[in-house]
Write a protein that binds this ligand. Structure first.
Ligand code: CTP
Ligand code: CA
Length: 220
């Protein structure tokens, strides 16, 4: 429980956040997805709401309930997620991309269930838009935060993504540190450098990310 005297670090801020995996349809009953649970995003959304922010959670399919104080917009595919994000953006101070957006989708989705034929089947994939890079590239972008889950070379890859997508802040973690468990160990990268956070229970890590983010926002 956060102490009664904890300052409402994000009071008056409007935050749009993506969460969960995306689901890219192959046909009406099949698709490509990934194993993102949405726990990191939902935990961070909860921490943002507890800090006083208005939070819109644009979420792919997950088995989690909406954290108190957050509004959820349900989407499936990356294209739907991008649409919903841009619809929610007007008036937003902060955009946080936490979703594990599929990098590719089937080039075409069959209208009817594909029947097996016994022969090899090739599915052509086409790249999805990068939602975070598109938001950060807007003329007057909100304060954009990215996530980078890497299996190696964390500093190089996370900082590389921060620069490539023009983000003021990215949260990096090594997947073997965060996956599944109750604790998480992350490193924040911003214009001032790298800031490792101590390994801690996920809700505590979420609050530390909120505190760092709040300190970087333009004053209101
Ligand atoms: N992201 C996004 N839209 C995409 C792909 C990624 O908004 N189509 C966002 C993620 O939500 C995350 C950040 O970009 O905040 C980094 O995602 P990640 O998958 O780690 O990086 P990619 O740029 O897709 O590079 P790669 O998968 O090749 O490592
Ligand atoms: Ca990716």
């Amino acid at each position: 429980v956060i102490g009664f005297f904890q300052p409402r670090l994000l009071a008056g801020r409007r935050i749009v956040m993506t969460a969960g995996p995306t689901f890219e349809a192959i046909d009406p009953v099949r698709g490509i997805t990934n194993s993102s649970s949405g726990k990191m995003a939902y935990g961070l959304a909860r921490a943002c709401a507890q800090a006083g922010a208005e939070v819109i959670l644009v979420s792919g399919p997950v088995a989690l309930s909406v954290p108190e104080g957050c509004r959820r917009v349900n989407v499936k595919s990356a294209l739907e997620m991008r649409e919903a994000v841009f619809a929610a953006l007007p008036g937003a101070d902060v955009f946080i991309g936490v979703a594990a957006v599929a990098d590719y989708r089937p080039a075409t989705s069959a209208e009817h269930k594909i029947k097996k034929s016994g022969a090899e089947l090739t599915i052509t994939l086409t790249p999805n838009p990068d939602i975070l890079a598109d938001v950060a590239g807007l003329p007057n972008p909100p304060f954009c935060v990215g996530f980078a889950a890497e299996s190696r070379n964390l500093d190089e890859y996370a900082e590389g993504k921060r620069k490539a997508k023009k983000l003021p802040l990215i949260v990096g973690n090594l997947v073997q540190d965060g996956l599944g468990g109750d604790d998480n160990e992350v490193v924040l990268f911003d214009a001032a450098g790298r800031h490792p956070l101590p390994k801690a229970p996920k809700p505590e890590v979420a609050r530390a990310i909120v505190a760092h983010l709040a300190a970087l926002l333009p004053k209101i």
